[in-house]
Ligand binder design. Sequence first.
Ligand code: ADP
Ligand code: MG
Length: 449
Amino acid sequence: MFGLDFIWKKVIEDLSIGIENQQDDSFILILNQFRLAEIDEKSAALVTNESTYKIILSNYVNEIEESFKRVLDKDIRVSISTELEFAQRKDIEDTIEKELYDNVSPEFTFDNFIVGKCNFEAQAAALAVASKPGRREYNPLVIYGNSGLGKTHLLCAIGNYIKKHDRDSKILYISAITFVNEVIKAIKENRIDEYKSQLNSLDVLLVDDIQNLSNKPKTNEVFFDTYNELFNNHKQIVLTSDRPPIEIKDIEDRLKTRFSQGLSVTIQSLENDTAYRIIEQKIKINNLDKSYDIQPEVISYIASNFSTDVRSLEGALNRLIFYAINMSSSDTISLDLALEAFKDQQNTFTTHGHSASDMKVIIKIVSNYYGLTEKQLISKNRTKNIATARHIAMYLCRKYLDESYGKIGDMFGGRDHTTVLSACEKIENALKTDTAYQKAVSDIEAQLK
Ligand code: ADP
Ligand code: MG
C-alpha cells in the first residue's frame, strides 16, 4: 500500500489537472490544508485544523471521490472533518474495539494459580490451549465445576497468556450474561450483523458461565453461528460452566453436541493441602506476612474449615485479619485468636468439644431458613411454623452435636429436657414419611457442612 501522503498528493495532482484560473488555484491551496488521515478499501478520512476549510471542502466531496476512483480504481467514500472531530471519533472507535477485544482481567494468570490435585487437569488443559490455540483436540475447551474454584481465573489466564505471546491476537472475554445482553442490544439498535462480524473476526473467544446462555432463540442462533465460524477457522473457543455442558438446561441440543466435540475438564473441590497453599499465597500477595506472624496451625485451621471454595478461604482470611486488627495488639495470629475470630461462624461440626456457640450456629441457620429471628426461634411462641422450625433446630443440635436434652433445652429458652426429647422424636418420625420435612432438613444440613 502507498503511503497516505503519497496517495493524497496523487489525488491533489489529479484534481489540479485542467485548473487554470485564479479562483481554482485557491481550491488547490485549500486541498493542501488537509491530510489524508486514514484510508481502507471503502473509506478515506480527510482532516484539517481549520473548520472553515472543512466547510468549504465539504462542497466538493463528489469531485474528490471521483478523483480517488481515478487514482486508486476503488469506490471510496470520503469523509471530511477537523482534527478534533477526527480524534474524538477515533476515541469512540477505540473504546468499542477495546470492549470487544479485551476484557480479560490482567490479575488472573497461570503464575498465580496454585495447582493441586483438584485442578491440575484443568490447569494443564488450559495451559496447553494457551500455548497452541485452535487445535482440534481441545476445541472447544470446557472447564466446569462449582463456584469459586478458579474457572474464571483459568479462563482469563488463557487470555493473558495468549496476549503476552501474540500481541496481535484478537481475544474476547465475555460472560454469557453479557453476551445475551449485547445480542439483544445489537438487535434493538439494528447492528446485529456488525456485531456478528466483529465476533467472527476474533482469534480467541472466552465465554464464562455458559449455563447462563438463555434459551432465547435469537441468542442461541447468534452464538451458534459465531461458534461455527470460529471453529471452522480453527479459532480457539474456551467455555466455563457450573455443570457438565450436557446438563445445561437452557441451551439447544445442537450447541450441547458441539460443546462436547473438544475437551471437557472439571475442577473438583479443594483438598486441604491445596487450600493451605492457596492461603499461603494470598497472605504473600497481600503482604500480610510483613505485618503479621500467622502461625501454621491457623492456616491449617482455615484450610480445613473453609475449603469449600477459594472465595470462602479468602473471606475467612479477611475476617481473621479484620478481627486481629480490631481485637489484638499483638502481631502474632495464633490459633486461639483464630478460634475466637470464628467462634460465631464455625461451619464445621467435626471438631470435638462442641460448645454453646455450635448450637447458636444451628439456631442461626434454621431461623434464616425459615425467615425468623433467632429470638423468635427460641421464644415461647407456639405458632405452628415457628414451633416446627424450633423442633428441627433441636433435632439438629442433638444429631450433630450430640448435646444432652437438658443442655439443648437450656439453649432454647430454658425448656425442659422432656420437651426437647419429644421434639426430636417428632422430627425423626416425620422424616420417615414426610417429604416436606425431608427437604427442609436436607437443605439445612447442606448449609451445616
Ligand atoms: P469461579 O469462576 O470458578 O467461580 P474464580 O475463578 O472467580 O472462581 O475464583 C475465585 C477466586 O479464587 C479468585 O480470586 C481466584 O483468583 C481465586 N482462585 C481460585 N482458584 C485459585 C487457585 N488455584 N490459586 C489461586 N487463586 C485461586
Ligand atoms: Mg467465574
